[in-house]
Every structure is written in C-alpha cells, then in structure tokens.
Design a protein around this ligand. Structure first.
Ligand code: AMP
Ligand code: MG
Length: 406
C-alpha cells in the first residue's frame, strides 16, 4: 500500500509540469477560469482621496466650537470639486472627491444646519477623519491577482474595479467521464431487480462543471472488457478521463486490463479509507498524444472523496492552477471532536464525514463508504492518521468541503 501523501507527491507534479495553452476572455466569461499571468493594476483605487460619509469637508485648522460656517460648494459623487475657500466648508457625499484644501470630513449627524444655511458642528475633527485615501485599496503597479488563481466572483469584481475588460486565462480543461457497472440504471428508468441508480456521474459532473471545466460523459458502461476499452478510447481526445467502479481485482473489474490495452497503467492500493484502489495512467490517442486517466472505486463516498482529495487537485494543476490553491492539506485546521473513535484502522488513514459547528465536529453515524447521505449531511472531512484514536474533546484535523472546492 502507498500512503496518500506519497501518492500525491508522485501524481500532482506530473500535472504541474504540463504546458497549458492560453486565451483571452472577457471579464463576464472569466468566472472559474484560471489566470495564466499576474494581473497588475495600472491605477490607484480609489483614484482620489474621497469622502467615507455624507457630511462636510472642512479644514481642521479653521474649526472653532460653536462657530457657524458658510457652505461654499456642494460636492456629490462623480463631481470635480473646487479648492476649498478659506473659512468655509463644502457639503460632501459618500464617494465624492475631497476638495483640495480640505483635510477632514465631519459627518452630517454632527452638524446643525442654521436658518441662514450656514452649519455649526457639534464635534471637532482630526485631519484625515472619514477620508478614504487614494490608492488605499490598490496601488498602481500592485499585483492584484497572481497567475494560477481560479477566479471566483470576488476576484472578477476586483478585476472590474481596476478597469480590466479581459484577462488571459488557460484553456478550459476537457474532462471525460464514464461510470462502469452492469448494475447501474439511470434516474428516470425503472429499477430492475439487483439494479441501483448511478449517482457518481452526477457528483463528478457537478463538481467538474462548478470548476467551469468542459465535461464529456459517456455515462454507464457495462462490466465488459470490450465495452470498457471502447468507452476509454472514445474519450481519448479529452485532457483527462475519470472512470468509476471496476478497479478492484474481481472478474467483473475490467478497468485496469482495459487501460493496459489502450494505454498505460499504474495502480495503487492507497492506505486510506474510503478510497483504497486507485488506477492511474494514460490512454493513447490514435493520432498520437495521450489523455491522463484516473480509475476510482465505485462506492459513492469513495468515489467522491478520492475525487476531491486526489483527482480534482490534479485537474486544477493540469489547468494551470497554483499548487497552494489546490493543496487542501494547507487548509486543514484543528477542531474538537464531539465523538469517540476507539477502533481505528492500524494500516490506513481514515477520512470521516463530520458536521462542524462552532469548531466542534459531530460524527455522521454511518461512516460506510456506500452511504451518500454521509456526504450530504456533513460539512467536511476529519483526517485521522493510521491507528489514531479519538476521545471526545480531543483535537482533530479538519478540512471543509468549501475549502476542498477552491
Ligand atoms: P465497484 O467499485 O465497481 O466494485 O463498485 C462498488 C460499489 O459501488 C458497488 O456497490 C456498486 O454498485 C457501487 N457503484 C458503482 N458505480 C456506481 C455509480 N456510478 N453510482 C452509484 N453507485 C455505484
Ligand atoms: Mg462494479
């Protein structure tokens, strides 16, 4: 058996070494794409010192308690103010540029408007009060987002805030999906005796689509050597192919022999639970070149967990994502176990489905690798080392599904 960490060090660098092609996309199409180069701001954000409040722009040195001031100009957001006349104040609104000569803003709640339209202030002010400084958010020349970032909605908004209309991203990854199993039936069809519904395809395709990858699924493939070879070859033009089920060594497990026929296979027993047997390799393309291949176990929890921990980061790296983004191990944190785990596996590390609230991890009662509700009702995974026992109140390592999805 191979330890998960050792497997990741063997497999992930292969993906990170691949050269990727790039293209330019408009900002509105950039969500979930991976930046192919650093983005540097060419401007200060904000561009000018501006007001953080509705109120009055003043010069502090002019202020006297109880003294009325003439309002010499009105500065709404989007306008270009005049120099502040000495001994006067300017009416100003949130986001409006500070008039030259003013050094502070007094909020309108601290001002009284007199009958003659002059204002008297209830509070004094310090220079800089309620002023947002030019460049305090982003300075011109600053790297705003670095190469290898998968863009989320906030990132795209940040790019908009520096006026970038388009970005250079890596080409979308094309991922092939197949699910093996003669017992599988599609939702919408009537289950015959012994059949079960295919759920793995939906989990994977959903996760891949949420990363904006191009998914090509051939769906259900029966447990038959020829059919498995045909399905694999039909997906050979993808950048990577994932298949579920049929990776053990039973007579009905055809994935490994099929990969040996249509490409090259390396397979491991990974010392982890769930998700032990993993096949890895490539499929040869008829015209030259190859597609990376992962064969994961069919059990719904094994297939989802192995996908998240091993395959998804590999695909992210293949698409040009930075290692620090995809390596979920750096996002693990300690939480307190609200459960006991007294019979650990001495040979395999274990990933337990838990629901964490206020840093306390509650264990989902059924940890069987076939129980998809354990994933649906949990917030993330606890990683237990081989032989690690847990007592209630003990600290354990946790990663949330949200963090796994970066
Ligand atoms: P296998 O890895 O092919 O031995 O499958 C292990 C278990 O996972 C079996 O109980 C299968 O019925 C189940 N299984 C396999 N593929 C799927 C799938 N696509 N969706 C849901 N369950 C599956
Ligand atoms: Mg099977």
């Amino acid at each position: 058996m191979i330890d998960l960490n050792d497997l990741l060090e063997q497999v992930w660098p292969i993906a990170a070494q691949q050269a990727m092609r790039t293209e330019s996309v408009e900002l509105k199409n950039a969500l979930s794409r991976v930046l192919a180069e650093d983005v540097v701001s060419t401007l200060n954000v904000p561009q000018h010192d501006n007001s953080g409040m509705d109120g009055y722009a003043v010069r502090c040195a002019d202020l006297q308690p109880g003294q009325p001031f003439r309002v010499s100009q009105r500065v709404p957001a989007g306008s270009s103010p005049q120099h502040l006349q000495p001994g006067t104040v300017a009416r100003i609104f949130t986001g409006a540029p500070i008039p030259p000569g003013a050094d502070s803003v007094i909020m309108q709640e601290d001002a009284v408007v007199n009958d003659d339209a002059s204002v008297t202030f209830n509070a004094l002010s310090k220079p800089g009060q309620w002023i947002r400084r030019a460049g305090e958010d982003i300075a011109s020349g600053q790297v705003v987002l670095s190469k290898g970032t998968r863009l989320d909605a906030i990132h795209v908004g940040l790019l908009a805030s520096i006026g970038v209309p388009a970005v250079t991203v890596t080409k979308r990854l094309k991922v092939g999906v197949m699910v093996t199993g003669s017992e599988l039936q599609s939702p919408g069809e009537v289950l015959q005796p012994g059949q079960i519904y295919n759920s793995n395809e939906y989990v994977w395709c959903g996760l891949l689509e949420s990363m904006n990858m191009e998914v090509r699924s051939v769906g259900i493939v029966p447990d038959n050597f020829e059919a498995t070879c045909t399905a694999l070859q039909s997906l050979a033009d993808c950048d990577a192919v994932i298949s579920s089920g049929g990776v053990s060594v039973g007579e009905e497990d055809h994935v490994k022999p099929a990969i040996e026929k249509v490409g090259q296979l390396r397979s491991w027993k990974v010392a982890m639970k769930p998700g032990k047997p993993i096949a890895f390799g490539h499929i040869n393309r008829p015209g030259g070149g190859q597609s990376w291949f992962f064969g994961l176990p069919g059990n719904p929890v094994s297939s989802a967990v192995a996908f998240q921990l091993i395959v998804k980061p590999f695909l992210g790296l293949l698409e040009g994502q930075a290692r620090n983004e995809v390596d979920w191990r750096s996002r693990m944190r300690k939480v307190k176990a609200d459960f006991a785990w007294s019979k650990p596996d001495s040979r395999r590390e274990e990933f337990l489905r838990v629901d964490v609230q206020s840093d306390k991890a509650g264990l989902f009662a059924n940890q069987s690798s076939g129980v998809l509700t354990s994933l649906a009702s949990s917030s993330g995974l606890i990683r237990l080392a081989k032989g690690q026992q847990v007592e209630p109140g003990g600290w354990v390592d946790y990663v949330s599904y949200q963090d796994l999805m970066k």
